[in-house]
Ligand binder design. Structure first.
Ligand code: SF4
Length: 255
């Protein structure tokens, strides 16, 4: 099985385990996993070997609904519940789901919660969050409450380390469903980790930023993470150039 196959198998196994814990023992045929995972050939035995501890429900092959059957953010949050699908559940204080307008035209996606976010349960509330708020409110001149903000993983990695691949795989269906529900016109990927995860690439952020990409039919602009700007203020100019492109796309004036 290829590396991509193993990644998909892990994600399917994690979700299957979650479905099993939720009491789901059968998945309706014909449903499609967001992003077309169901089009990949991954067998039940692949899934079982990728996560042997998973208690697989009856039908794994189309784990589609995978992400969730909820069609609103509150329902999705309720389904996530007190999630233990990855080991970050063992060290977090609380799940940091996401915040903002459920009908936002733009979604900002970061990497994962930090210490302040873990304590408050809200994404981007520390110093980097203040800078992001300035970018939105002073730069874009829209209230922060008008956009939607979330992270790739919903639980704080210990010591702010990068999330491990299996943690990203376990949490990915939640992010995919969040974006699907909000259905924004534009996604802004904040930093290397969010950009590379959403675009499934290893291309450096320095080459990704400043150019339009696409995530499942939605325009995506990568830019530097606000925490990176705190360490390297000279990059603010480039972020502003990226944000201006976002504003142009949304028909907002930046004159
Ligand atoms: S990071 Fe995501 S998958 Fe892992 S425990 Fe938290 S909510 Fe669940």
């Amino acid at each position: 099985m290829s590396q991509e196959g193993r990644r998909i198998a892990r994600a399917l196994a994690a979700h299957a385990q979650w479905l099993g814990m939720s009491g789901v023992d059968e998945i309706p045929p014909g449903l499609d996993w967001p992003g077309g995972l169901a089009t990949q050939e991954v067998s039940r035995s692949d899934v079982a070997s990728a996560m042997p501890e998973a208690n697989l429900p009856g039908a794994v092959s189309s784990a589609a609904a995978a992400a969730s059957s909820s069609n609103d953010l509150g329902g999705l949050r309720a389904e996530i519940g007190d999630c233990t699908r990855c080991r970050l559940s063992g060290t977090r204080k609380q799940i940091v789901f996401g915040t903002g307008n459920p009908n936002a035209r733009v979604v900002f996606v970061g990497e994962g919660p930090g210490r302040d976010e873990d304590l408050q349960g809200v994404p981007f509330v520390g110093r980097a969050g203040e800078l992001l708020t300035d970018i939105i409110e002073k730069g874009m001149k829209i209230p922060r409450s008008e956009v939607y903000i979330c992270n790739v993983v919903k639980c704080r990695p210990p010591d702010n380390r990068n999330p491990e691949p299996e943690e990203v795989d376990a949490c990915a269906p939640f992010l995919a469903r969040q974006i699907e529900i909000v259905a924004p016109e534009v996604i802004v990927a904040l930093g290397k980790f969010a950009a590379q995860t959403l675009l499934e690439t290893k291309t450096p952020i320095t080459r990704l930023r400043g150019h339009w990409h696409e995530y499942r039919g939605i325009a995506l602009m990568p830019t530097f993470h606000p925490a990176h700007l705190l360490r390297n203020p000279s990059y603010k100019r480039q972020v502003w150039e990226d944000i201006k492109q976002v504003m142009e796309r949304l028909g907002l004036s930046h004159a």
